[in-house]
Design a protein around this ligand. Structure first.
Ligand SMILES: *[C@@H]1O[C@H](CO)[C@@H](O)[C@H](O)[C@H]1NC(C)=O
Length: 288
């Protein structure tokens, strides 16, 4: 028989385990499904979420919380095999016409052909700041971590903690920067075979449906805006007290790492696309 004091200890241990789990993110608590209904499945007690896509619909979820700045990490395992025509997303977005958005999108491909990682930033409804990358691993066989750091000075895109892109706050040069509108985290899997794969030439093969993608270990370490509150960003609401993201930038080592990756894996940069900007590149492009 277990003694009352031992039972008390056991309860304390179990309670602390539950707390740790909760602060590591739990999809039951953190997100709502906003389209695709049963195609989104929360599994393993809230630790894993799978989205699927069939010919009648894709699926998606978004966070209950809105954030004004933060660091957002998600582990994804992308659609394996023939994923042509499918798009998997992990992005931040505010609502309304003049919305802000920070995007990671994963464009599928025919079997054996590489995924494209598409990144973009919208401020006050205006995007057009695309940069695209290949990955240095197969994103369909294991989980990898994709992160967005968003603070008042810059946005950093990371893959397995390696920076691949920095979008600086260049408001001093007249470039709008997302900084006033709280955003939610959105994730989705949908069909975009009119443009996604090889410019729309390769269509989704519905005989392979349903397509499925997995998400886990969501971590949002940011400033939560509770609905209806007029207060500014309140970092004490964050579940985790690591506030390093608030001033995070790249040191010399980080810049070297990023430049090395960009030289090898960047396949499109709007800041190098002369045909799009015959009158000259946007002002934020200097040094990009
Ligand atoms: C798919 O593979 C082709 C051929 O390797 C490549 O040109 C293309 O960029 C890849 N990605 C997409 C999304 O089309």
């Amino acid at each position: 028989m277990i003694s009352p004091s031992k039972a008390g200890l056991l309860i304390a241990v179990i309670a602390s385990l539950l707390l740790v789990t909760a602060s590591a993110g739990n999809f039951y608590q953190d997100v709502n499904v906003y389209f695709g209904g049963p195609r989104a499945k929360i599994l393993q007690g809230g630790q894993l979420l799978t989205l699927s896509l069939d010919q009648s619909s894709g699926s998606g979820f978004l966070t209950k919380n809105e954030y004004l700045f933060g660091r957002f990490d998600m582990q994804l395992k992308l659609v394996p095999g023939n994923s042509a025509g499918t798009v998997t997303t992990f992005y931040l977005s505010s609502q309304g016409d003049a919305h802000d958005e920070i995007d990671f999108e994963f464009l599928g491909n025919s079997s054996g052909e590489p995924y494209t990682v598409h990144t973009n930033v919208y401020a006050q409804g205006k995007g057009g700041k695309e940069q695209q990358f290949r990955l240095w691993f197969d994103p369909t066989t294991a989980f990898h971590t994709y992160s967005i750091v968003w603070n008042s000075q810059r946005i950093i895109f990371l893959v397995d903690n390696n920076p691949i892109r920095v979008f600086n706050n260049d408001e001093s040069k007249g470039v709008p920067f997302p900084k006033n509108q709280p955003m939610r985290v959105y994730c989705s899997l949908w069909d975009a075979d009119d443009w996604a794969t090889q410019g729309g030439r390769v269509k989704t093969d519905w005989s392979k449906a349903p397509f499925s993608v997995s998400y886990r270990n969501f971590n949002a370490n940011g400033c939560v805006r509770s609905p209806g509150s007029s207060s500014t960003c309140d970092s004490t609401n964050s579940g985790n007290n690591d506030q390093a993201w608030q001033n995070q930038g790249l040191d010399a080592k980080g810049r070297n790492r990023m430049n090395w990756l960009r030289q090898r894996f960047m396949i499109y940069n709007y800041c190098a696309d002369r045909s799009r900007f015959p009158q000259g590149f946007p002002s934020e492009c200097k040094g990009q």
